[in-house]
Write a protein that binds this ligand. Structure first.
Ligand SMILES: *Cc1c(COP(=O)(O)O)cnc(C)c1O
Length: 372
């Protein structure tokens, strides 16, 4: 098979230790053996969420956990604030609408982060707001949201702060307990180094209190079922067993390196990627850039869609392009999870070659130097 360097913001490359356990014969999940796996995994999940609360495991993609947040902690007609500065904020809005919440959308210009003061203002203007739906890293624009400051405002208000940290946890600093986040969500295929298929959700006391009043019908995503099972180190429905084993391996590796170290390493990679792009004469799109993914503006005259295709089909490097208004105008390069400096070096080498094919010539030595 042709080598393929995967530099998309999900899925991301899988840790070799995780790949190995997924190749092993399956075993039954209602066994002491699997309970021991879950027990250790639940502890490691608390470690990466920076929380003492239980973290629930859903066999679903990340969006499944977003939906679980809506149906467990809210009721039809609840007024909620939604921060929409890209495709994933937009998804919160669509989901709120689909479930007949009453969303008030804060439209943030793409590339910018929401001003926390705007959230403060709207919360003060409306004491009835029940939730604030946010995205820690808005993967479509590579913008990082100042969740820590926003949490200071939701703590003085009944509204729950719900954070889509699907692309962020494991790469961005995100401290659920210390910052006072009410509901935090992530997925397995971004910074957590395994394939898609598992989602995780943790909720604090304020959220569980509001859950008592929730009037949505629910079954598969009813977190009370997961809460009950968790008391016995179990899950209510057949989990994606092989992925659970893989996640345990990956989080063992994560913990061995250490939370602070992984976050610092990811931040450093992000700095290298930004410096490499700038050394090639290219601008960084996000005004508040994240540490897990970088959006790079393409020069005038370069067809971004064609560029991504050339890289993927002829050079074995998969990057993400832009969506909607950014289609053809940016590329997004991930640097989270198991993506390493040498992958980024090879990625940038190919990126420069693909740009040259479209007539944009630049000096690459200084860019590649970033990835020693
Ligand atoms: C990837 C991603 C999602 C979507 O997750 P799925 O696993 O595709 O359901 C949601 N939010 C953010 C910020 C993401 O990066």
């Amino acid at each position: 098979m042709k080598t393929n360097i995967l530099l998309t913001p999900g899925p991301t490359p899988v840790l070799p230790e995780a790949l190995r356990v997924m190749a092993e014969p399956i075993f039954h999940h209602r066994t002491p053996q699997f309970r021991a796996v879950l027990k250790e995994l639940f502890e490691l999940l608390k470690y990466i969420f920076r929380t003492h609360e239980s973290v629930y495991l859903l066999s679903a993609s990340g969006t499944g956990a977003m939906e679980a947040a809506v149906v467990n902690f809210f009721s039809p007609g609840d007024k909620v604030l939604v921060v929409n500065g890209g495709k994933f904020g937009e998804r919160w809005g669509k989901m709120a609408q689909a479930f007949a919440l009453e969303p008030e959308i804060i439209h943030v210009p793409w590339g910018h982060a929401v001003d926390p003061a705007e959230i403060k203002k709207r919360l003060e203007a409306n004491r009835a707001i029940k939730g604030v739906f946010t995205t820690l890293c808005e993967t479509s624009t590579a913008v990082l949201t100042d969740i820590k400051t926003i949490a200071q405002y939701t703590q003085n208000h009944q509204a729950l702060l719900v954070v889509d940290a699907i692309s962020a946890i494991g790469g961005e600093d995100c401290r659920m307990d210390e910052w006072g986040l009410d509901v935090v969500i992530t997925g397995s295929q971004k910074a957590l180094m395994i394939p898609p298929g598992l989602a995780y959700l943790a909720a604090g006391k304020k959220a569980w209190n509001q859950a008592q009043e929730s009037k949505f019908p629910k079954f598969y995503l009813d977190l009370k079922k997961y809460q009950k099972s968790l008391l016995e180190e179990d899950v209510p429905f057949t989990p994606a067993i092989s992925l659970v084993l893989a996640q345990l391996e990956a989080l063992r590796v994560f913990k061995k390196e250490g939370y602070e170290q992984v976050i610092a390493r990811t931040r450093q990679l992000a700095g290298s990627v930004r410096a490499a792009a700038q050394a090639m004469g290219l601008a960084i799109y996000a005004k508040a850039p994240s540490n897990v993914v970088t959006a790079i503006e393409l020069p005038e005259g370069v067809d971004g869609s064609k560029l991504v295709k050339t890289l993927r089909d002829e050079m074995g490097v998969t990057l993400a392009g832009g969506q909607d208004q950014l289609k053809g105008r940016i590329v997004r390069i991930a640097h989270m999870g198991y993506i390493r400096s040498e992958d980024l070096r090879a990625g940038f080498q190919a990126f420069a070659e693909a740009l040259a094919l479209q007539g944009y010539k630049c000096e690459t030595a200084k860019a590649l130097e970033q990835f020693k």
